[in-house]
Design a protein around this ligand. Structure first.
Ligand SMILES: [Zn+2]
Length: 203
């Protein structure tokens, strides 16, 4: 039986080193540092050689042993020294844990999305709190994506717009109004149009 490290138990398969582990209100907080090789610029793929600065970012992962787990991760921002690249600096990412402008890794976002689909915002947030899973209302709803519109429906020829107020009185917010002309005004469909009166003949 092999000896397992804290990284193997808490955050297996990730390129980082756990420095401290503490318990706060029954949840686990981990101080860790990314320790992979210098990354490549996401714009030009040039490998980095110089560190611009280091800073902390917080990542909420799936619970471990029924306890919430938050990682305070020390990451590096590198210079891009490629002369023709427009990007000056970039932040390293730990594969499987961090992505740009994301607070949760893919597995945690997948769990949040499942909760949001079943329960929506506020009830989903309450369930996440009970499960010690990170998931605020707005972030749960942010995991939802609108279903794609079938091509025929999108190209139906009846453009519909949302109207809040209209001439002749306010409409209920969110109601739809068709911009297609009514049938009786279409040329060639004159059943409801009164006949044109005949004018007396000129003397
Ligand atoms: Zn670059």
């Amino acid at each position: 039986m092999g000896l397992e490290t804290r990284e193997d138990i808490l955050l297996p398969g990730l390129n980082l080193m756990v420095r401290h582990l503490m318990t706060v209100d029954g949840n686990l907080k981990v101080d860790a540092a990314a320790c992979g090789p210098p990354g490549r610029c996401p714009q030009c793929e040039h490998p980095a050689t110089r560190v611009h600065r280091r800073y902390l970012r917080q990542v909420s992962v799936l619970p471990v042993g029924g306890r919430g787990l938050t990682v305070r991760l020390r990451v590096r921002r590198f210079f891009c020294d490629h002369g023709q690249c427009q990007r000056r600096t970039f932040v390293e990412q730990v594969v499987g844990l961090t992505e740009p402008r994301r607070r949760a890794p893919p597995e945690a976002r997948s769990a949040m999305r499942a909760v949001a689909v079943e329960l929506g915002g506020r009830p989903g947030q309450r369930l996440c709190t009970k499960l010690r899973l990170y998931g605020r209302r707005t972030e749960l709803l942010g995991q939802l994506t609108a279903p794609s519109v079938p091509a025929r429906a999108a190209d139906s020829g009846h453009r519909r717009v949302r109207v809040g107020h209209q001439a002749g009185g306010p409409r209920r917010a969110g109601s739809c109004r068709s911009l297609a002309p009514p049938p009786e005004s279409v040329e060639g469909r004159g059943e409801n149009v009164p006949p044109t009166p005949r004018l007396p003949a000129a003397a």
